[in-house]
Design a protein around this ligand. Structure first.
Ligand code: CA
Ligand code: CA
Ligand code: CA
Ligand code: CA
Length: 395
């Protein structure tokens, strides 16, 4: 087995891993920041029971990432402040609340950030797509919430998406970025010491918008799926295991594939894709054949201009669901999966202005998946706590 690190589908199955039973404080006791109270909790109206809290971050926040950076067992939150040169780090307090806020310098214009281990062992590090700096920027974590000074590694013209995964067989986590300016993918080889090698460039040709890693043809080698705005397609690059890729395969994915996420939505052991199509205000479900092919199963209407999405089991029935950030309607649309590749039961939750990034994780320690949304025009993050978390906490 190859060692893999920092998989972006880390959230899959979270809800089934954590037991239900530890008692936590009532949500009303721990509200921090400018909290917008939810409506009354109601078993028959699950949307009303999601609890919303907003926190101020830097300017133009994007790309939220959750992970425990200070070793207290509680997920912390980092976002890329795309209009400044900083990341904002919010310390998780447990019970779904966030406290101390810190700014970290990170390149010139951080467009995306990943929390992952870049050294052989040890704490979570930060990997940043620095669009203006044309670089991947690394900040190494010390395990107690501190980070090294940023180190920049040339990556290409205008990197806008980043993933960390073992891509070239060297045994160390590597970094891949999507370069919007040059229409390329770049793989930067990691050395387990926090350094990255020169970019191994793969030409995509179009305006690349999003990136997901996974083994789509089940040969044990990681592959990359890329959203391609110019050709309105999802391009699949099957990995050769050395940081290079076989010629792309393109699949139609609506009008404007702004974001994508991999997951096994029909539970056949083969990775599928969900694609946010901001051109037709829908999510397309592409079912994988396990050999690097996809067939579009269905499209589900969401709010206006969907810009980000995550896959996680939100309702705890064991099947992956989707959360979609609708940047034009200031909502997050939840779509519930049936385990056969179909989604329905859409539920819209209000968030801040121009939501453009999403992350999922259990913020309360109660075994339910919560959501974090970056609101690009409000300069805030919205935390949405899953009603299942509070119900499980009740005696
Ligand atoms: Ca923590
Ligand atoms: Ca593969
Ligand atoms: Ca599948
Ligand atoms: Ca589910």
């Amino acid at each position: 087995m190859r060692r893999r690190t920092g998989q972006p589908w880390l959230v899959l199955g979270v809800a089934t891993l954590v037991g239900c039973g530890r008692r936590a404080g009532a949500l009303s006791d721990v509200a921090v920041g400018s909290t917008v109270a939810s409506a009354m909790a109601s078993e028959s109206s699950p949307g009303a029971a999601w609890t919303r809290s907003d926190y101020a971050v830097g300017l133009g926040p994007r790309s939220p990432a959750l992970g425990d950076v200070n070793g207290d067992g509680v997920p912390d939150l980092v976002v890329a402040d795309s209009l400044t040169n900083t990341l904002t780090l919010l310390q998780g307090l447990g019970h779904g609340a966030f406290g101390e806020r810190r700014s970290l310098r990170a390149g010139l214009a951080p467009e995306a950030v990943a929390l992952a281990r870049l050294t052989s062992e040890g704490p979570l590090d930060l990997a940043v797509a620095d669009a203006a700096g044309m670089a991947a920027v690394l900040l190494l974590g010390d395990g107690s919430g501190g980070f090294s000074a940023p180190q920049s590694f040339p990556a290409g013209l205008q990197p806008v998406a980043i993933v960390v995964s073992e891509l070239n067989g060297g045994g160390c986590p590597d970094v891949a970025v999507a370069n919007l300016g040059s229409g390329t993918l770049a793989v930067l080889s990691g050395d387990c010491q926090g350094n990255l090698g020169p970019p191994i460039v793969t030409n995509v040709g179009g305006a690349v918008s999003a990136l997901a890693v996974g083994d789509f043809n089940r040969d044990g080698l990681p592959d990359l799926a890329v959203g391609d705005l110019s050709f309105a397609s999802v391009d699949l690059f099957l990995g050769r295991g050395d940081g290079t890729f076989r010629p792309r395969r393109s699949f139609s994915a609506g009008a404007t594939p702004a974001a994508l996420v991999a997951g096994d939505f029909n539970e056949d052991g083969r990775l599928d894709l969900a694609v946010a199509d901001s051109g037709s205000n829908a999510v397309a479900i592409l079912i994988g054949d396990g050999r690097g092919g996809f067939v579009t199963r269905e499209t589900e209407t969401v709010g206006l201009f969907p810009a980000a999405l995550v896959a996680a089991d939100l309702d705890g029935d064991g099947h992956l669901d989707l959360a979609v950030a609708d940047s034009g309607t200031n909502t997050v649309s939840l779509l519930f999966g049936d385990g056969h590749g179909s989604f329905g039961g859409r539920l819209d939750l209000g968030v801040g202005a121009a939501p453009g990034g999403l992350a999922a994780g259990d913020l309360t320690g109660q075994g339910a998946v919560d959501l974090v949304v970056t609101n690009g025009q409000a300069d805030t993050v919205t935390v949405l706590l899953n009603p299942r978390g509070s119900r499980m906490a009740s005696p």
